[in-house]
Write a protein that binds this ligand. Sequence first.
Ligand code: HEC
Length: 148
Amino acid sequence: MRSKDLVRLLWGIAIIGTLMFIGREHPSAFRAPGARFAEQDRWNVPESAKRMKNPIRATGASIRKGKSLFAEYCAMCHGDRGKGDGPMAEALQTKPGDLTDRARMNVQSDGELFWKIAKGNPPMPDFEKTLRPEEIWHLVNYIRTLAR
Ligand code: HEC
């Protein structure tokens, strides 16, 4: 083996070694961006919460209240239209869900959405500390209008 080839071989080993190291320390660095959303389903919603009935009818008044609460408390992460593109979203490790994704939203009950908003899941805050239950139901009613 000529010394030039040996140098190339050593460089090759060094580069592969570095990539393997990065891969182990930062597994997300080599993952397809699309894999992220499915993987981040870290919610563990209890069955009893899924069965909770929404006590507030989705009237225009309720949806309007939900909309203004959303603009105040949620849009900075979820975006004005719920697409997950609010100004803070870029900085978050776990991205806000796309609340306009019909396939994802339609399989969830109102109780399930209520529970997620109330309990949060970092970096999503737990709004039971900030909002009254009826305000969270207004938010649920509003969110339902985003995924139509
Ligand atoms: C600091 C940023 C932030 C704020 C503020 C925030 N969220 Fe979230 N939200 C997130 C993130 C991040 C997720 C995804 C969490 C996960 O998948 O583990 C999420 C997930 C959700 C989900 C679940 C979506 C799904 O795919 O099942 C709902 C519903 C939701 N948020 C509603 C709200 C509402 C309503 C508000 C305002 C009252 C709000 N969020 C405020 C960051 C935020």
